[in-house]
Design a protein around this ligand. Structure first.
Ligand code: ADP
Length: 599
């Protein structure tokens, strides 16, 4: 990205604050004129005093002069502090407001993106967060630098240069000739330092990651007694960082010295030239101080120049990633307009192929029918493509080939928001947000009353357990057990009350007792809805009205439990394996003995 492109991208964000920008700039211009007053006053003072001395005037004449000068300087200082305050305050305000707008707009934007955007390797949550954070901070630093540091300093320098030219063209030309040298040195400094900075950033990231992974794997480290080797690994990074830091400081100090020297050489040249012109009679003696002060104003921004190079470079690098995220319009979810009065729930999947964005083909020519108001179980080994079907039905992804129809209409034609409002999803681990139980249930219907929440909790068979908690509905939901959290998720669905429900291994992360406990709430939510259940639990499969069997991304069998079992095909194999893993013989034997003992 070029600087021009960057400014074009930032412009819409600065536009709402035009008044602030103009105000800051006006204050800057006033400030830069005020900054030259000292030079003029000093020249006037020196010239006047030397005149007085030459003319042998009385001391009282001098007092009048000093009084006038003091008043002017004081007045200028007052104006200057007001201007500086205003300029800094408005500049900072601008920065804060723009940073806020950047952060808000990126969050609003990415929320509209497809699921594929989040699951792609480039956007793993940590990376996405870093790209957004560094993008925003480098952009806002650029805005801040521009209005608070760069612009005022450069405005000062330009006004000072003009003042020099007005006083004497030769001195103006000499000062102007020295400036490019400073630019050159600053650019060299920035280039040199940027290498170090880039390395440092990598080291820091590696170091942070390594500490995190160390904490995560502490049990393994300790059990293998690898403390010493881990410490050694860490020491290497730490030493690299130290070395890099030393080099950075060394380079920075070296360039600072060179720039300091150059600046002093500039001052000496100005003194010599001005003195020469004074002796020639072209200038008055006050001009010496006058030009030295003005030259100080010219060289001041140059001391900051390398930092400006850095910030602009940073902004160019990091904002690219940021704007890539902000502008990926091809990631926005597709949506049709179709919103029927009522959804029946008949789903037909016709010859659907699906390839994930990373290239994995998960579905091959899948055809299946899911009847309305019945429970359909999708059965298959892990990786068979069951969850992928649910992802497609929820329009998280679109089929690569074939079509999916809901009540005879292509899913693509449906309004995505409308569709999702009519679908409920229960996953293996339902996300429980930080907050109270009531808040977590209310997520299903934001405007629900407290009574509605209680009714939903009762339907999900969790109400009594909530009442037993010390803070009841106001308890922290994250402290609940896995089975209880799952029932909170189901209560949430009762509030949402969608006609279609997908249950993707809802009991997989629960132990046997918790599974038994949530059975009632699952049965309750299934009533009068179209339900697709993906499960490895035999009881949930047998309970289904209809079963579809998937193998390696293909739907291979469908029908009722008894029919499929008797076919002795894929279903028979999976079912027998599940049953065998339960060791039914032994269970039956134990239970029979138990009965015999009772008898
Ligand atoms: P199941 O639910 O039957 O266990 P999935 O539908 O989760 O199977 O997975 C089917 C195939 O798709 C697997 O090979 C899996 O690795 C792949 N897959 C699942 N999710 C993704 C994804 N987000 N990106 C790429 N491949 C995926």
């Amino acid at each position: 990205m070029t600087l021009f492109e960057l400014f074009k991208k930032i412009r819409p964000y600065v536009k709402p604050y035009r008044v602030l920008v103009v105000l800051t700039l006006v204050l800057t211009v006033i400030g830069s004129f005020a900054a030259q007053v000292n030079a003029y006053i000093l020249r006037y003072t020196v010239d006047s005093i030397s005149d007085l001395m030459v003319a042998h005037k009385p001391l009282s004449d001098g007092f009048t002069l000093l009084g006038t000068i003091s008043i002017i300087l004081l007045g200028k200082e007052i104006v200057n502090s007001l201007v500086q305050f205003g300029q800094k305050y408005y500049g900072e305000r601008l920065r804060i407001l723009i940073a806020r707008d950047f952060s808000q707009s990126i969050v609003e934007k990415i929320l509209t993106y497809k699921l594929a955007f989040y699951t792609s390797g480039d956007n793993e949550s940590g990376k996405l967060q870093t790209r957004i954070d560094t993008g925003i901070s480098s952009l806002t630093r650029l805005v801040q630098n521009f209005f608070i540091d760069i612009f005022p300093l450069f405005a000062n320098a330009i006004v000072a240069l003009i003042a020099m030219f007005v006083a004497n063209v030769w001195i103006g030309l000499v000062s102007l000739a020295i400036v490019p040298l400073y630019f050159l040195i600053s650019q060299m400094q920035a280039n040199k330092l940027s290498g170090f900075r880039r390395k440092m950033r990598n080291y820091r990231e590696t170091k942070n990651n390594s500490i995190i992974s160390l904490i995560e794997s502490i049990t393994v480290i300790k059990s293998f007694v690898r403390e010493a080797s881990e410490a050694e690994k860490h020491r290497e990074i730490q030493y690299d960082i130290t070395e890099n830091q030393m080099e950075t400081r060394k380079t920075a100090f070296l360039f600072d010295s060179i720039k300091g020297l150059l600046e002093q050489i500039g001052v000496v040249i100005i003194i010599i030239l001005t003195s020469y012109l004074v002796l020639q009679g072209d200038l008055t003696i006050g001009a010496i101080m006058f030009h030295i002060m003005l030259f100080g104003n010219i060289s001041a921004p140059i001391r900051q120049l390398h930092r400006i190079y850095d910030d602009v470079n940073d902004a160019l690098i990091y904002s690219e990633g940021f704007f890539d995220i902000l502008d990926s319009n091809d990631q926005i979810e597709n949506s049709g307009n179709y919103k029927p009065e009522k959804i029946q729930g008949n789903i037909e999947i016709n010859h659907v192929d699906f390839i994930y964005p990373n290239g994995t083909q998960a579905l091959f020519d899948v055809t299946m029918f899911i009847p309305a108001n019945k429970t359909t179980a999708i059965v298959g080994l892990s990786g068979a493509g069951k969850s992928t079907i649910v992802n497609l039905l929820d329009k998280f992804y679109e089929p690569s080939a074939g079509e999916i129809c809901l009540d005879g209409m292509d899913l693509a034609a449906y309004n995505t928001t409308f569709l999702r409002e009519n679908i409920g999803l229960v996953l293996q681990k339902n996300h429980i947000f930080q907050g109270t139980i009531a808040e977590n249930i209310r997520y299903g219907k934001l405007e629900a009353t407290d009574e509605e929440i209680v009714i939903a909790a009762k339907k999900a068979y969790i109400h009594d357990q909530i009442l037993a908690l010390p803070q009841q509905y106001q308890s922290d939901a994250r402290l609940l057990s896995g089975g209880q959290q799952q029932r909170i998720a189901i209560a949430r669905l009762f509030l949402k009350d969608p006609p279609i429900i997908f249950l993707d291994e809802p009991t997989a992360s629960l132990d046997a007792i918790a599974t038994e406990q949530i059975k009632q709430s699952l049965d309750a939510i299934k009533e009068n809805r179209t339900v697709i259940v993906i499960s490895h639990s035999i009881s949930q499969i047998i309970d289904a009205d209809h079963i579809v069997v998937m193998e390696h991304g293909r739907s291979v069998e469908s029908g009722k439990h008894e029919t499929l079992y008797n076919q002795k095909g894929a279903y028979y194999e999976i079912f027998s394996a599940m049953a065998n893993s339960l060791n039914i013989d032994k269970i039956t034997h134990t239970m029979e003995q138990d009965h015999e003992d009772d008898d």
